[in-house]
Design a binder for this molecule. Sequence first.
Ligand code: UDP
Ligand code: MG
Length: 305
Amino acid sequence: MPVFNEAEQIFANVCVVRDLLESRAIEHQILLVDDGSRDQTWDEISRLCETYSNISALRFSRNFGKESAICAALERCTGDAVIIMDADLQHPPELMVEMERLWREEGYDVVEGVKADRGKESVATKLSAGLFYGLFKKMTDIDIGVASDFKLLDRKVIDAWRKLPERDTFFRGMSAWLGFRRIQIPFTVQQRTTGRSKWTPRSLTGLAVNAITAYTSAPLYVVAFLGIALMVFAFVLLVQTLIMKFLGGASTGFTTVIIIQLLIGSCVMLSLGIIGIYLARIYEETKRRPRYVISDMQRQALLDS
Ligand code: UDP
Ligand code: MG
């Protein structure tokens, strides 16, 4: 579980998950990744680790983001299968039982929780999520509109995931890219009991850009396509202008010039921007910085490879 500023509820929530797994006799370990919380979260997590011997935890030196927290968990987890879930119980824990059954009895390697409905969200969130998922689907052919990070992964999927070398990740997209025998089970997103969502419009935009660039280079092709389209347009206009000139009917055409200037100018800027984003990503990747920095550990936080 990635955990960020969840001090009020983390103890109770982990107990809910633990009790459920115990009651179904599902053998388990719980790994909590504190993503640089600024409240009492780490104290609460430490208390959990002291109380229960099968709970371990990592603490990041600062907030690296949920993606990094998931990476840390996948890199260090042990066991035959792993379930990633939110710490705020918006991912219903009861579903874990069904996930485990599908994995154990029916041999699925990936069991994905998909959102049957997206719970209570503001109009702005609905719209921007809709726009993003639409774009993403266009570019990658994958419908992650209902996808969530709530997934069960078999050991071999995790091993394959660990071999992906990139630093910037998008868990939902990458686990889809890996393939394997997969099945989706729908769930209803629960209301948050306390606290509020940690996403800000800024961090969500970052995640969206990350998701697209980590997963597809389609925008770069769009830039090239745009260039070709503009060239065709320019050629047509060129012919028309020349004909007008030779027929002696060349108009003053100042408005046209301004419009074309603006159009081409904005296309060039947009294209440069898109290329710049990819360039920045290459730059970030070549620095080969770690995805996160660990500052504390409870029970040396697993790690078996
Ligand atoms: N989270 C995290 N790092 C962050 C933001 C969130 O580890 O920078 C965790 C958070 O504690 C929760 C999960 O990611 O367990 C989902 O976050 P949140 O509930 O804020 O997002 P939402 O449910 O609105 O998508
Ligand atoms: Mg949540």
